[in-house]
Design a protein around this ligand. Structure first.
Ligand code: CO8
Length: 263
């Protein structure tokens, strides 16, 4: 293991981002969040022409991310706390704004800011060891990296309120049952392999269409159906301007597999 707080690896267009602070159960301090923001804002390492997707995970088996760094937060002024919250929120938005799918792969604790970081992905895979929760109220804090804003979209307001008000932790099976997690695996290796396979499957589809679906779904969350349908209609129109749509429909009619140009 290196002393870098963020580990990056790229395997055939799948970028794996690993939060690496094992001595603090991968807690998000300013350094990690600033590095994540820089990575996601800087198009160069991400916009390699072959980027197909992102796997977001934590180093080791014990934790995905055990929250924002409590030691750092304990001495922050209100202004510093606000800036820290804004930094965490910015990072979560940047994951949502990536034009490729992001899968969070969770082993061990995904608590507080860790659960919030996972929720900024497109969907979550977990091992049976995973533990989710928003324990902020036990610390006199509230979820500040999007937990109040996002959890209820995934699990409904009732579950979101019960989890946030009690600070209770739930295991992977419960998290899957309530809709927070898509799939649960016995081992970390199986989980990472399955996430890579899902991204490979998605990569056989039109990248432009997948990106349009991601932004249409993201922009629709929390909106009235009429507004969401307008967003979908505008995205649908855009597909008619793409080479991917011409190729996908032509390939279907010619009874051959498509070869999407990606524009
Ligand atoms: N921050 C800093 N250090 C942490 C954190 C954390 N969130 N979690 C664990 N650590 C450190 C521990 O202090 C310990 O360090 P040391 O060895 O130096 O004492 C090390 O990691 C190992 O942890 P434990 O010894 O506690 O390990 P256990 O297996 O006994 O317990 C737990 C594991 C249950 C995960 C326990 O560590 C724990 O409860 N951690 C805190 C979980 C938590 O409350 N997370 C939410 C934090 S608040 C938050 O995320 C707010 C997000 C929004 C911020 C908005 C800002 C405005």
């Amino acid at each position: 293991m290196t002393d870098k707080t963020l580990l990056l690896s790229n395997d055939r267009g799948v970028l794996t981002i690993t939060v690496n602070r094992p001595n603090a159960l991968n807690a998000l301090n300013k350094e990690v969040l600033t590095e994540l923001r820089a990575l996601l804002e800087d198009p160069l390492p991400l916009n390699g022409s072959d980027l197909r997707g992102v796997i977001l995970t934590g180093a080791g088996e014990r934790a995905f991310v055990a929250g924002a760094d409590i030691r750092e937060m304990s001495v922050m002024t209100p202004d510093e706390g606000e800036a820290f919250g804004a930094l965490g929120q910015r990072v979560t938005r940047l994951f949502e704004e990536l034009p490729v799918p992001v899968i969070a792969c969770v082993s061990g604790y995904a608590l507080g800011g860790g659960c919030e970081l996972a929720m900024a992905s497109d969907f979550i895979y977990a091992t049976s060891s995973a533990v989710f929760g928003q324990p902020e109220v036990s610390l006199g804090l509230i979820p500040g990296f999007g937990g109040c804003a996002r959890l209820h979209h995934l699990v409904g307001p009732g579950w979101a309120k019960e989890l946030i008000y009690t600070g209770r932790k739930i295991d992977a099976i419960e998290a899957r049952r309530i809709g927070l997690v898509n799939r649960v695996f016995d081992t970390r290796e199986e989980m990472l392999d399955s996430a890579a396979a899902t991204l490979a499957e998605i990569a056989t589809r039109s990248p432009v269409a997948v990106a349009l679906c991601k932004s249409a779904i993201g922009d629709s969350v929390g909106r009235a159906t009429t507004d969401a349908l307008a967003i979908e209609k505008a995205a649908f129109r855009k597909t008619f301007m793409t080479g991917d749509m011409r190729e996908g429909t032509a390939a279907f009619l010619a009874k051959r597999p498509p070869s999407f140009p990606g524009h």
